[in-house]
Design a protein around this ligand. Structure first.
Ligand code: PLP
Length: 452
C-alpha cells in the first residue's frame, strides 16, 4: 500500500497526543512522538508520506508483521461471535489458544495461565514460585528486563529500575554470562560459563538456599543486549535449581514465538525445561494484548486442590486468544519460523558481520534468527561504549546521529543505550532484509564519525 500524505490530519493526531497522552519511559515535554498513519507487513508510514522499514517490530512483538489479513479476519470473526467472556468460563478461543501454546512449549509445561502482557506474566510466575516453595527470595540477573509493573521492574536488572525501586524486597541480583563484557575475567565461553555458574551457586549459598524461591532468567536476554548464553549455562542453572529445590523461571516474553527461528529460545538448548515460562508479544504479534505463564506439572499440582490466589478480569480475553490461534497457524502454515532461522543465518547474520568489518564503530555482532544486536563502541580495543549508559542530550549525540541517518534512509532502527538491535518481523523478505542492511550501512557511517 502506498501511503497518502495528509499532514493536516497528522498535525491533529499529534496535537491531541501532546495534549493528553502520557507516554511510557519519557520526560513528557522532551519527546516528539511521530504520528503514524498506517502499517502493513514490515513497513509503517507517517502522515507526511515517509515510509519506514521497521527493524524494531514495534517493541519486538510484531513477529508476523503488521495487519496480517488472516489474523485481522480472525479478530473480526471473534468480535462478531463473542467479543468477550469472563475468565471463569471455558470458551473456544481461550481453550484452543491454551492447547496450541501448551503443545509447543517444551516438556510438561502443559497448563497456561493467561495475562494481559509480559510484566504481569512475570508477576504471576514469581507469585506461583513463592507459593509453590514457601520461600520468599527471587534471584534475577543484572542486564535483564522483565517488565514495568512494580514487582517486574524490581526484578529487572537494568538501570531503569532505579527511579522506582522500592528497595527490591526479596530480590537478589547476580551476573549472568556475557563474554564481551565478562564480569569473571573469562577468556572464552567455557570459562565464562563455568565461572558464571560458580558465581550463581555462591550467591545461593550466601543467601541461604532454603530462602530462595526462584531463579528468573530471560532465555536469551533481549532488551539488555541479546546475549545468547554459552553452551551448558542454562543446563547448569537447571541442575542448580534441582539441587536446591528452586523454581526455574525462563522469561520468553521477547525471545519466544519465532523470534529466534524456533517456537521458543529454550528450544536451542537441548534438554532444558524450566518450571515456569512466561510469554507475551509474539504469541499474537501484539494485535490484541496477551501474555501468560506456561506451568509445569509439579507447580500446577500445588494448585490442584488449593486455590491459586490471583487473577485478571481479562485473563484469556477471547479477542486476544483468537488472534493467538490465528497467529500460531500463520507461523506454521507460512513457514515463519524457518524464514526467521534461514534469513538470520544466511543473510542478516553474514550481512551484519560484513558491516562490522567495514565500520569501526561496531564492537560486536551477536544474535540468531531475527534477534540481533550490534554493540557500538568508541574504541574497539578498549570496548568503551559509543555513548555512556543512559546517555541523554549531547552525551547521546552519536546514537542520535546514527538514528537520524537510518531514518533518512528509510529504516526505523531499534536503539538502546550504545546498541542497535536488528529485530525485524520474522516474516521479512529477502529483499526487505537487503534494503535494511543497506540503510544500516549508511547509518553506521554516521556512527563511525564518533569513533575515537
Ligand atoms: N519480559 C521480557 C523479557 C520483556 O522483554 C518484556 C518487555 O519488553 C517484558 C517482560 C514485559 O512485557 P510487557 O511490556 O508486555 O509488560
Amino acid at each position: 500500500m502506498t501511503p497518502q500524505p495528509n499532514p493536516q490530519a497528522g498535525a491533529a493526531v499529534k496535537a491531541a497526543d501532546r495534549a493528553h497522552v502520557f507516554h511510557s519511559w519519557s520526560a513528557q515535554e522532551l519527546i516528539d512522538p511521530p504520528a503514524i498513519a498506517g502499517a502493513e507487513g514490515s513497513y509503517f508510514w507517517d502522515y507526511d508520506g515517509n515510509r519506514y522499514l521497521d527493524f524494531t517490530s514495534g517493541l519486538v512483538y510484531t513477529n508476523i508483521g503488521y495487519q496480517h489479513p488472516k489474523v485481522v479476519a480472525a479478530i473480526q470473526e471473534q468480535a462478531a461471535t463473542m467479543t468477550t467472556f469472563a475468565p471463569a468460563y471455558a470458551v473456544e478461543a481461550r481453550s484452543e489458544a491454551a492447547r496450541l501454546i501448551a503443545e509447543r512449549t517444551p516438556g510438561d509445561l502443559d497448563k497456561i495461565f493467561f495475562t494481559n502482557g509480559g510484566a504481569d506474566a512475570v508477576e504471576h510466575a514469581v507469585r506461583m514460585a513463592r507459593l509453590h516453595t514457601g520461600r520468599a527470595k527471587v534471584l534475577s540477573a543484572y542486564r535483564s528486563y522483565h517488565g514495568g509493573t512494580q514487582q517486574a521492574i524490581n526484578i529487572t536488572g537494568d538501570p531503569r529500575r532505579w527511579a522506582s525501586d522500592t528497595g527490591s524486597a526479596g530480590v537478589v541480583r547476580f551476573w549472568a554470562p556475557f563474554l564481551y563484557r565478562s564480569r569473571f575475567y573469562a577468556e572464552n565461553e567455557r570459562q565464562e560459563c563455568e565461572r558464571a555458574l560458580q558465581h550463581l551457586e555462591d550467591t545461593i549459598t550466601f543467601e541461604g538456599p532454603q530462602t530462595v524461591a526462584a531463579i528468573i532468567l530471560e532465555t536469551i536476554p533481549g532488551t539488555a543486549g541479546i546475549m545468547t548464553p554459552p553452551p551448558g549455562y542454562l543446563a547448569g542453572v537447571r541442575e542448580i535449581c534441582d539441587r536446591y529445590g528452586i523454581v526455574f523461571i525462563l522469561d520468553e516474553v521477547m525471545a519466544g514465538f519465532g523470534r529466534t527461528g524456533k517456537w521458543f529460545a529454550v528450544d536451542h538448548f537441548e534438554g532444558v525445561v524450566p518450571d515456569l515460562m512466561t510469554f507475551a508479544k509474539g504469541v499474537n504479534s501484539g494485535y490484541v494484548p496477551l501474555g501468560g505463564v506456561a506451568i509445569s506439572g509439579a507447580v500446577a499440582e500445588t494448585f490442584a486442590r488449593r486455590p491459586y490466589p490471583g487473577g485478571l478480569t481479562y485473563s484469556g480475553h477471547p479477542l486476544a486468544c483468537a488472534a493467538a490461534v490465528a497467529t500460531i497457524h500463520v507461523m506454521e502454515d507460512e513457514g515463519v519460523l524457518d524464514n526467521a532461522a534461514r534469513l538470520g543465518a544466511e543473510l542478516i547474520g553474514p550481512g551484519l558481520a560484513d558491516l562490522a568489518e567495514r565500520h569501526p564503530s561496531v564492537g560486536e555482532v551477536r544474535g540468531l534468527g531475527m534477534f540481533w544486536a550490534l554493540e557500538l563502541v568508541r574504541n574497539r580495543e578498549t570496548r568503551e561504549p559509543l555513548v555512556p549508559y543512559n546517555a541523554t542530550g549531547e552525551a547521546n549525540a552519536p546514537m542520535a546521529a546514527f538514528g537520524a541517518a537510518a531514518k533518512k534512509n528509510g529504516l526505523w532502527p531499534f536503539i538502546n543505550m550504545n546498541r542497535t538491535h536488528v529485530v525485524p518481523p520474522c516474516t521479512i523478505t529477502e529483499s526487505e532484509a537487503k534494503e535494511g542492511l543497506a540503510a544500516l550501512d549508511e547509518a553506521l557511517t554516521a556512527a563511525d564519525e564518533h569513533v575515537a
